[in-house]
Design a protein around this ligand. Structure first.
Ligand code: ATP
Ligand code: MG
Length: 416
């Protein structure tokens, strides 16, 4: 795709402005989760009105938006109302029906666009995009094969035994490790594929990871790109637990390669908005290891939440700027930061009894920023909020992070 396809196609929507019909500048978001909520906060702080389309009456974003259109994501009347209310529209979750974005794009600027979201929604298309950019990005994805038919499944043992042990991942609708099965043998693979309903999948070779990182890029309609330094991520049971965001969180040469690769991947997509690209670091015999691109999220990302408290522009601010056609300032991180995810498990004690977390002690810690998403019901594995710890130096924030993790029983800090 021509990266400059949108050049000059967007007249900026200035905050606080009123259009010819007397309508106040309003930005819309499809989806009402925590990412939508933090987007709404950023848009409102700048002076925009906001509208959220989300079926759940009690959604994190719907609760704080000026307007909440309570319909299904593909409801024609709901989409028409969103387009009527808003001057530009974005999405906060990648499984939004691409058709809904296409419908909205007929009358309004939509960022990111349906084509880019469609690629990120489908691991097969996503890996094809990574392969197509490999020459420019300098990184490849893990060895894999597409499994859409019984014949492709059968062929693995004879032709791609190198992919075992591996991870079978559904091509669509996976998140937080859902829709993934780890398999060691061809027999386990066959069982896993049947368990996943024989749906389109990719079988990826299981790599030995020395680390994981991600890069947030924001790209405007005119092709301007800014990015954050890579953050190092620790996952526990397939879900992000900890993000380390400070200088020295990974070898500088790898950080530069990851950032360059993410920018190239966004450019080649002709992407508009905030894109997060996730990478694995693997031991390839070189001094610092090699990078493998894992997947991309066409939206702000959990691993970028620290930008709210540690940077002069957050990933949500940049999403607002990008979609509204405002200039994109290069963000600057002013404090080292560690982000700890708060899953619903924190609201239960060791015997499974509900409990109220010890906020009094947690909130007494220096440089600690608590973000709760307004979800009424805690369930194990459900993302309820996060903590960001900032401070003048890395040793200090590590100490505070360990204390917070101890008070709340949070995992993922063994290595600091
Ligand atoms: P997300 O919540 O980021 O959307 P997801 O469900 O889409 O997650 P992946 O990012 O593909 O899933 O995988 C989740 C985690 O599982 C990775 O962050 C990594 O820790 C592990 N993992 C995935 N693929 C591999 C692999 N090929 N080799 C080793 N570990 C892997
Ligand atoms: Mg992932």
């Amino acid at each position: 795709m021509n990266p400059d396809i949108h050049k000059d196609a967007m007249t900026p929507i200035y905050p606080g402005s009123t259009d010819a019909a007397g309508q106040r500048a309003t930005l819309g978001v499809l989806g009402g989760g925590q990412l939508g909520r933090m987007f709404v906060h950023a848009a409102q702080r700048l002076g925009y009105f906001t509208a959220v389309l989300e079926p759940d009456a009690q959604s994190p974003a719907g609760l704080v938006s000026h307007q909440h259109i309570q319909t299904a994501y593909d409801d024609p009347a709901g989409l028409a109302r969103l387009a009527h209310l808003c001057q530009a529209i974005t999405t906060e979750f990648e499984n939004v029906p691409a058709q809904a974005l296409q419908t909205l794009a007929q009358t309004r600027p939509v960022a990111p666009g349906a084509a880019a979201v469609g690629i990120a929604q489908d691991r097969i298309a996503e890996k094809a995009h990574f392969a197509a950019c490999a020459d420019v990005s300098g990184v490849s994805c893990a060895p894999y094969v597409v499994i859409e038919t019984p014949a492709q499944l059968q062929a693995v043992q004879a032709e791609r035994a190198d992919l075992l042990p591996g991870i079978l991942k559904t091509a669509r609708m996976g998140y937080d490790g859902k829709g993934q099965v780890r398999v060691r043998t061809a027999a386990e693979l066959a069982t896993a594929w049947a368990e996943l309903g024989g749906t389109a999948c990719v079988l990826e070779k299981m790599l030995t990871l020395t680390a994981e990182c991600s890069v947030l890029v924001a790209r405007g309609w005119n092709g301007q790109v800014v990015s954050f330094a890579p953050q190092r991520n620790v996952h526990v049971e397939g879900i992000l637990a900890v993000t380390h965001a400070y200088e020295g969180n990974m070898p500088p040469a790898l950080a530069t390669s990851a950032r360059d690769a993410a920018v190239a991947i966004a450019q080649q997509l002709g992407y508009v908005g905030v894109l997060c690209v996730e990478f694995f670091v693997v031991d390839d015999g070189s001094e610092h290891g090699g990078l493998v691109v894992n997947e991309m999220a066409p939206r702000p990302h959990n691993s970028g939440h620290y930008t709210l408290d540690a940077c002069d522009a957050s990933q949500f601010d940049l999403q607002v700027h990008a979609m509204a056609g405002l200039p994109l300032p290069q963000p600057r991180q002013h404090s080292p930061a560690i982000m700890l995810n708060l899953l619903g498990d924190v609201w239960f004690d060791a015997s499974g009894q509900p409990r109220e977390p010890d906020w009094h002690s947690v909130l007494s810690l220096p440089g600690l920023h608590l973000h709760l998403y307004g979800k009424a019901q805690a369930r194990p594995g459900r993302k309820m909020g996060h903590l960001t710890i900032t401070g003048p130096d890395v040793a200090g924030i590590k100490t505070v992070a360990r204390r917070a993790a101890g008070l709340l029983g949070l995992p993922g800090l063994n290595d600091i």
